[in-house]
Design a protein around this ligand. Structure first.
Ligand code: ADP
Ligand code: ZN
Ligand code: ZN
Length: 723
């Protein structure tokens, strides 16, 4: 009997082979139902006749092949296979991320888009009196006389009446099949392009039909979206499809609106707010070519497309493109891989490109396209540094900041306050002179760890006890940097008793529809204080916000995470690009105790592009990513010594297997204790990507047989963005 290898949705790092009974036909990418222990599971046929050894005696038989043709295309199977290898994640769990829930449960693909109900000839011949004794049927009949009704428009209380009318032959149904969308006859014309925009569009259009990555670097408002639109237009005349990845759809309904307004083709959105049924329908629209453009968040990357012509990753620097738990993939990086597999161009756009993408562009791997000016000619708002050292501070706000907030509110405008909650482990600073405890071996600040009453360097791993006195002025008032902002939120309302305070972050917007409500409240409302985290920096458009305060920039200046300065620069630039975008000039206040800090001065005076290039050369000097490859192993357990011990065992093994891979750790994670568990981590740096990945495979393999491995939880993060 033939043998097939099946990818199953289980968190196990092994493959599962099954026998195929005579008469069963299956292709790679089809779903199959198989016995698994005492259960039955739905998996994907992954390989026919796997060549590496298996013993067919012990194999069980496939119970059922669910699809006559593959649900996953060959390119998609290759992408998922690559992703499972690259992120060292069990293939089955990768598939879980890639397939809509209803397909995983074995549901058949919907055969048609929708069903319409309409009156049959007999139904039309009827007169109202004929149904007088069945008022519900009569009402539905009257409704159907006006127009045919879509399946989704039928209320559940109307169902019995519908059934009765169909049984009497008065109502018939018509099915609308999924079919490729109708291509545009002529490409839609848009705005007259600036020279920069025209150059970008022409480069992208010329790359049609082959793999070419682009980095589109252009300040906020420089017209990147217009470049996407005009690059896409010619594809829509050929019936090709386009995938647009965006960080957060709820914040950018206007992006969706701009695409649908421009082109008379089906534009669909894909995001976490969809129901399972809506997801499956969207998936099928993309797979059959009935959707022309899909605008979606991260996981839209795994949609199947009939004729993919281009991928756009907007705000490519945004951390939300990286999945932060389970299968930790980066949608931008996989988008580039997918474009290579599908042989199409991919455009990464940002006002503040990630250093990774900038590096790729400067090395010539990506083609760099730049938009230098704001399309509308509008001024960027002013950045003003507020020196926290020079004036009284109330719960994290300087007196002059409070004055400006009051003024703005009195003028009828809104104020946005950013609280930086990244990097949980603060540096230790002197409350009197601003001295920051730094490492004696590196040019980096030490991180304060409450658990051990120790300072730790996250660059070289050295540690020392918390000092009693300031190393500069001798004061004993040593405090974790940025202390005080924790109370700010609680104090904001009492400080400004007459204005509403709106909070926008992941937690406050989790409930479906709550984000849209809050956004509407902000757009329509009067003076307000809006408190938010990084999530707010993305593509939002708040016309009444004219003052933005970044409350605590210092945490990022002295963070243990080498990416913190980059992320701070991105936040400042993105926020500045959006403040006062409408008629009113805006202003951004940066509160700091270190206004002379090089990073701040560079961002303010030279802008992000200059900052980014300088930061990149610093990364080169220190041999940090993207100049070396990084993977992070984390372990956590209720006993403090277990994760340490486990990571030490890995270190011992790695030193033998791959002496060229540099290891840092085990060290405590920045968030050293979470939900009662102690967290430790190990950084692995290597100049050779292949060498690093080989080692990771060896470490994972070896640790599978250790009894210690079963006593803790561990994770591997390849190319981590949160350290
Ligand atoms: P970005 O995506 O870079 O933030 P947008 O594409 O949203 O920029 O453009 C910002 C504003 O400038 C929009 O209102 C847009 O309509 C306008 N705009 C873009 N390109 C042009 C152009 N070539 N001529 C005139 N206005 C433009
Ligand atoms: Zn001091
Ligand atoms: Zn150090």
């Amino acid at each position: 009997m033939p043998v097939i290898r099946v990818a199953l949705p289980v968190p196990l790092r092994q493959s599962f082979d099954y026998l195929l009974a005579a008469g069963m036909q299956v292709q790679v990418g089809c779903r199959v139902r198989v016995p698994f222990g005492k259960r039955e599971l739905i998996g994907i046929a992954w390989q026919l006749e796997p060549s590496d050894g298996f013993s067919s005696d012990a194999l069980k038989e496939v119970l059922e092949v669910l699809d006559p043709s593959p649900v996953l295309s060959a390119a998609l199977c290759q992408l998922l296979s690559f992703a499972a290898d690259y992120y060292h994640h069990p293939l089955g769990e990768v598939l879980v991320a890639a397939i809509p829930a209803l397909l995983r449960e074995g549901k058949a693909l919907p055969a048609h888009q929708s069903i319409h109900y309409q009156l049959s000839d007999a139904g039309q011949a009827l007169s109202a009196g004929d149904l007088a004794r069945a008022p519900k049927q009569q009402a539905l009949w009257q409704q159907l006389q006006q127009q045919a009704l879509d399946e989704t428009a039928i209320q559940s209380e109307q169902r019995p009446a519908l059934k009765a009318l169909r049984q009497k032959g008065l109502v018939s149904q018509k099915e609308k099949p999924f079919a490729p969308y109708q291509p545009l006859l002529t490409p839609q014309s848009g705005l007259t392009l600036t020279t920069d925009q025209a150059l970008a569009v022409s480069a992208i259009v010329q790359a049609q039909g082959r793999f070419q990555p682009f980095l589109l670097e252009g300040i906020t408002g420089s017209g990147k979206t217009e470049v996407y639109l005009q690059s896409i237009a010619p594809l829509l005349t050929q019936g090709k499809q386009v995938l647009v990845l965006v960080p957060e759809i709820g914040l950018t309904p206007q992006t969706l609106a701009r695409f649908s307004r421009r082109f008379a083709v089906p534009v669909l959105s894909w995001h976490s707010g969809l129901t399972d049924t809506e997801r499956l329908a969207c998936w099928q629209h993309a797979a059959t070519g009935s959707a022309a453009i899909v605008i979606g968040t991260r996981s839209a990357l795994f949609l199947r497309f009939a004729k993919l012509g281009m991928i756009v990753v907007d705000e490519e620097h945004d951390p939300s493109l990286k999945q932060q738990d389970g299968f930790r993939y980066h949608a931008r990086d996989l988008a580039v891989k997918r474009a290579a597999l599908e042989q199409c161009p991919v455009v990464l756009g940002s006002a503040t490109p990630s250093l990774e993408s900038l590096h790729n562009a400067l090395q010539g791997r990506f083609q760099l396209l730049q938009l230098h000016n704001r399309a509308s000619g509008q001024q960027l708002p002013g950045l003003e540094l507020i020196d926290l050292q020079q004036q009284p501070v109330h719960f994290g706000l300087a007196e002059s900041t409070i004055q400006q907030i009051k003024q703005t509110l009195q003028q009828g405008f809104q104020v946005m306050l950013f609280l930086n909650r990244r990097g949980f482990a603060p540096a230790l600073s002197c409350d009197e002179c601003g001295w920051v405890a730094d490492c004696q071996r590196c040019d980096a600040s030490m991180t304060w760890h409450k658990q051990d009453r120790q300072l730790n360097c996250h660059h070289c791993g050295s540690s020392r006890p918390v000092p009693r006195q300031c190393g500069h002025c001798g004061s004993t008032r040593l405090v974790p940097l940025g202390q005080g902002t924790e109370q700010l939120e609680a104090q904001l309302q009492p400080m400004f008793p007459d204005v509403p305070v709106v909070r926008l972050d992941r937690d406050s917007t989790r409930r479906k529809g709550s984000l849209a409500e809050a956004l509407q409240h902000i757009t329509e409302g009067g003076p307000q204080l809006i408190v938010g985290t990084q999530m707010l920096a993305k593509g939002h458009h708040f016309p009444k916000v004219t003052l933005v305060v970044i409350v605590d920039v210092d945490g990022a200046l002295f963070s243990s995470d080498f990416r913190a300065p980059e992320q701070l620069a991105q936040l400042i630039t993105q926020v500045a690009g959006r403040a006062g975008r409408a008629q009113h000039a805006g202003k951004v206040l940066l509160q700091s105790r270190y206004p002379d800090h090089g990073i701040l001065q560079d961002i303010i005076h030279n802008g992000y592009p200059s900052f980014a290039r300088l930061a990149l050369s610093e990364r080169e000097q220190t041999q940090l990513p993207p100049y070396q490859f990084l993977a992070l192993l984390r372990a956590e357990a209720h006993q403090d010594e277990l994760p340490q011990q486990w990571l030490h065992q890995l270190v011992a093994l790695a030193k033998v297997q791959a002496p060229q891979v540099q290891l840092l750790g085990p060290i405590r994670a920045p968030l050293e204790r979470k939900a009662g568990k102690y967290r430790w981590q190990l950084h692995c740096y290597s100049a050779s990507r292949a060498g690093l990945h080989q080692l990771l495979d060896q470490l994972i393999d070896a640790s599978q047989s250790w009894s210690l491995t079963r006593k803790l939880r561990w994770q591997l993060d390849v190319d981590p963005i949160d350290l």
